[in-house]
Design a protein around this ligand. Sequence first.
Ligand code: PHE
Length: 465
Amino acid sequence: MSEPRGTFSNRLGFIAAAAGSAIGLGNIWKFPYEVGENGGAAFLVIYLLFAFLICMPIMVGEISMGRNTRSNPYGAFKKLGNKNWAIVGFSGVLIGVFILSFYNVVAGWAFGYFLQISFGDLLQQSDYSAYFSNYVANVGDNLIFSLAFMILTALIVIAGVKKGIERWTKILMPLLIALIVGLIIYGITLPNASQGLEFYLVPDFSKVTANTYYMALSQAFFSLSLGMGAIITYGSYISKNDNIITSAALVTTADALIAFMAGLMIFPLVFFQGIEPAEGPGLVFVSLPAIFEAMGPTLGPVIGGSFFLLLCFAALTSTVSLLEVPTAFLTDETSWSRKKSVIGLAAVIFVLGLPSMLGQGAVSWLTEFVSYGGETHSFMGVVIDVFSDVGLPLGGFLISIFVAYKWKVQRAADEIEKGNQKFRGSLSEKFFNIVISYVSPVVVGLMVIVIFLNKFVGLDLLGGL
Ligand code: PHE
């Protein structure tokens, strides 16, 4: 409690930081492979509906809780609720810790790809799928690069909310977008690109299963950084004059747009190369290099290297937000300094990530860690299933219940009204109230049950819908 809590310098500061948290590997690595595994365009449609109709109001709830309490998720639930609800906030902190543990490993892959494309011989391979499998099984590189990534994240978080988090996002995000746009234009001129566009943009609802619905929902939570309190934490640093509604709308739109563009970039390339869209977590790493190779020995490494470097920056603004959550928890709730908290947490989370890193072929029992739902899962797969796919929607469900029935929508509205005098009686108030009180508890609650049964029991309740 000794150090003052930081604040963002202005509204753009919060939007930049929250968009930085939202936009990351979730959009460019995870979203395309989820689309590829879950039937293409139908997934995209369901994803967008969930993002705007359910997740955006939950984001408003999270920002309001944070700003009202000026606390980390644990403190926010405790102040507005009670000790029992604080357990929900604390679980959110833990979910953040586990998500960061595997996220940092994937960020390490992106970092390694940046180096190997720019300075190594990555673009001279014949089989990029085999290259990826070998690459992720290579312990040495992965240890070094994910450690480097964690150290960089820690240094930025130590520098603090304002100095460390805002600055990067504003400069590097536009560059990443420009590069993606360039690659989209390049990709759609290639042979078979139209098949990719068809897969991505023309929905075939006969392919939809329970899986499609819940993977779209959990992906929306993951991509928007919702359900575990990252946005509560960032919300705790914003000013009372900020308009929470427009901020949430802007962040959701920016995030959805980047995910959408990532799909537009990837699928023409996937069909051009004859790669299986359901390739899985390697999709981005497998489909892009051949395109960079085709750009020639000078341009290829430059464009390819820049792409993976910018992807690393996008990932970095997300890892920073993930590490900020347990850091805010420790600095708010204990006498630990920011520096001590960050160093301790970064070390523990790095170690927690080791089994995820080693379970990519290097260590066989971690690679084939457990079987459930009719499939064998790696250690990282289990962490993603439990903490991200089930944990985040469950967290979002509890946040809705909390805001609607414990804190109460009227009090949330008092908070939202600051910085948005026209909120009361507006259409956005009605929309927020209905989603938080009814739609989200029912739909997300149901989905969590479906997700759980499907993942761990192998039961497809909504199959064929
Ligand atoms: N939203 C981030 C991404 O899309 C990941 C993330 C999840 C960050 C949860 C914070 C909290 O990459």
